[in-house]
Design a protein around this ligand. Structure first.
Ligand code: LLP
Length: 427
C-alpha cells in the first residue's frame, strides 16, 4: 500500500498534488511519501515481531538523509557497504550497535572507521579479508566483531545481475569452506565471532529461497557453535524481499516474516537475534520520479514520448530491463484514447528509455508523468552522464512538502575538477 493516489482528478502524494510539486521544484524530481515509508517499515517490523530481531535498512537502496533520519527515528539499524554509507548512517543518528558492514572489498580505512565507531559486526566475505580485519583490530587494540557471510548456493530466481547467493557469484564464503574459516576466526584473539550472514539476491518474489537459505545457514551456525565454541548470536539473512512493479505477487512482509520466523523457531535457535537487511521493500514504493513531456515524435511505426528524465536519473529500465509503471499526473476523462509508445529521455543512447512499447493514455507536450516505484535504486544509482545535473528530491508529509535535496546546478558539474598547469597557464 502506498500514499500516491488520485484526488480531485489528479495524482497526489499524500495531501500534495504532484502538479504543485513540479511547479514549485521543477522536473525531473524524486518525490517520497513519509507515510508510505513509515508504513512499510512498520509492517516489516510487525512481520518479524515473533522473534528477537534487528532491522538493518540497506542504505544503498536510498541514501537520502531525510529517509535515513526518518528510519533512524523509527528505531532502524543500517546495513552499509562503504565508508560513505557508514558515515551517512551515523550522521543520521543510527546507533553504531545497530550497524552491520557488508561487501567484498572493504578497504583498511573503512575497516578502521567501522571499528572505531563500534558497529555491531563486519560481515566478512573471504579469508583474506578476515586477516586484514584482524590486523586492523590489533593495531587499534580492539576486538573486531565479525560474522561470516556464507554463500548458501540457493537460486533466488531473479535477474542475474542481482542474484548473489549462487556458488558462481562473487559473494560470500562457500558453505564447505566456512567451517574452517570459522575455526580460524575463533583462534584469532583480535576477533569476536558474533554471527553468520547471507544475502541471496534482490527482488525475490517467493519465500522458498529465503527459507532454504535460512535453514542452511542455521544448520551451519549450530554445527560451528558445537565444534568451535564460536558464540554465534546473530543470524543475518540479508535483504531481498521483492515489491510489486507490475504483475509480480511477492510475499507480503507478513508472509515473509512468518516463514522466516517459523524456520528459525523450528531449528531451535530462539536464543539468536535475527538480523535482516531490507532495502527495496522499505523505500521502493515510497517514491516516484516526476517528469515532464518535452516533445512527441514518430519514426516510422514507432511513437516516442520524449521526457525530461533519463537513464542518468533512473537507470533500472536500461540496466535490468526493469518495468516501472508510468501514470499521467492529470489523467484525461474516461475514454481518452491510448497509444503504444516508448518513453525516452534526452540522453544520446538508444538505451536511454524509461519504458518500451508501453500502452499509455495519449499524452501531450507539457504533460506530467509519474514513474512509479522509483524510491529504491533510483536516485541512489543516478549519475551526471551527458552532464545532466542530478534531480531534486522532495519529501511529503500530509500537506507539507520539503525539498530534501536541491537540484544540482550546472556549476556543480565541474566541482573538484582542475586544469593541468600547462592549460591553466594559457588561460
Ligand atoms: N544486503 C546486501 C548484502 C545487499 O547486497 C543488498 C542489495 C541488500 C541487503 C538489500 O537488498 P534489497 O532488500 O533492496 O533487495 N540495483 C538493483 C538492486 C541491487 C541490490 C544489491 N544488493 C536494482 O535496482 O534492482
Amino acid at each position: 500500500m502506498d500514499h500516491f493516489h488520485l484526488e480531485k482528478g489528479e495524482l497526489c502524494c499524500e495531501g500534495v498534488p504532484l502538479r504543485a510539486i513540479a511547479e514549485r521544484v521543477g522536473t525531473p524530481c524524486y518525490v517520497y511519501s513519509d507515510a508510505t515509508l513509515r508504513r512499510h517499515y512498520e509492517v516489516f517490523e510487525e512481520g518479524l515481531a515473533r522473534l528477537p530481531h534487528l532491522i538493518c535498512y540497506s542504505v544503498k537502496a536510498n541514501t537520502s538523509r531525510a529517509i535515513l533520519s526518518t528510519l533512524a527515528r523509527l528505531g532502524a539499524g543500517a546495513d552499509v557497504v562503504s565508508g560513505g554509507e557508514l558515515w551517512r548512517a551515523l550522521e543520521a543518528g543510527i546507533p553504531p550497535e545497530r550497524i552491520v558492514f557488508s561487501g567484498i572489498g572493504k578497504r583498511g580505512e573503512e575497516i578502521r572507521r567501522a571499528l572505531a565507531a563500534g558497529i555491531l559486526m563486519l560481515n566478512v566475505e573471504s579469508e583474506a579479508e578476515l586477516g586484514r580485519i584482524a590486523e586492523e583490530a590489533r593495531a587499534l587494540k580492539v576486538r573486531a566483531p565479525i560474522s561470516l557471510r556464507v554463500n548458501p548456493d540457493v537460486d533466488p530466481e531473479t535477474h542475474p545481475y542481482i542474484a548473489t547467493g549462487l556458488r558462481d557469484n562473487k559473494f560470500g564464503i562457500a558453505m564447505e569452506k566456512a567451517r574452517s574459516v570459522y575455526a580460524a576466526a575463533v583462534a584469532l584473539p583480535e576477533l569476536e565471532v558474533k554471527g553468520i550472514d547471507c544475502h541471496i539476491g534482490s527482488q525475490l518474489t517467493k519465500v522458498a529461497p529465503f527459507v532454504d537459505s535460512v535453514r542452511r545457514i542455521v544448520h551451519l551456525a549450530q554445527e560451528v557453535r558445537a565444534t568451535t565454541g564460536a558464540a554465534i548470536r546473530y543470524i543475518d539473512i540479508g535483504g531481498g524481499l521483492g515489491i510489486r512493479y507490475s504483475e509480480e505477487t511477492p510475499p507480503t512482509p507478513e508472509d515473509y516474516g512468518r516463514a522466516v520466523s517459523e524456520v528459525v523457531a523450528q531449528l531451535g535457535t530462539l536464543d539468536m537475534t535475527l538480523v535482516t537487511e531490507p532495502g527495496r521493500v522499505i523505500v521502493g514504493n515510497a517514491g516516484v520520479l516526476l517528469t515532464r513531456v518535452l516533445y512527441l515524435k514518430s519514426n516510422g511505426q514507432k511513437r516516442f514520448v520524449i521526457v525530461d528524465a533519463a537513464m542518468n536519473d533512473l537507470i533500472r529500465p536500461t540496466l535490468y530491463g526493469s518495468f516501472h509503471q508510468i501514470r499521467k499526473v492529470v489523467p484525461g476523462p474516461a475514454g481518452t484514447p491510448r497509444a503504444t509508445v516508448d518513453v525516452v529521455g534526452p540522453i544520446c543512447e538508444s538505451g536511454d528509455f524509461l519504458a518500451r512499447d508501453r500502452e499509455l493514455e495519449e499524452v501531450a507536450q507539457g504533460d506530467l508523468l509519474a514513474v512509479l516505484s522509483a524510491g529504491a535504486y533510483g536516485y541512489a544509482m543516478s549519475s551526471n552522464y551527458n552532464s545532466r545535473p542530478r534531480a531534486a528530491e522532495v519529501m511529503v508529509r500530509g500537506s507539507e512538502l520539503a525539498i530534501v535535496r536541491e537540484r544540482e546546478a550546472v556549476e556543480d558539474l565541474t566541482r573538484g575538477e582542475r586544469l593541468p598547469p600547462w592549460l591553466a597557464a594559457s588561460r
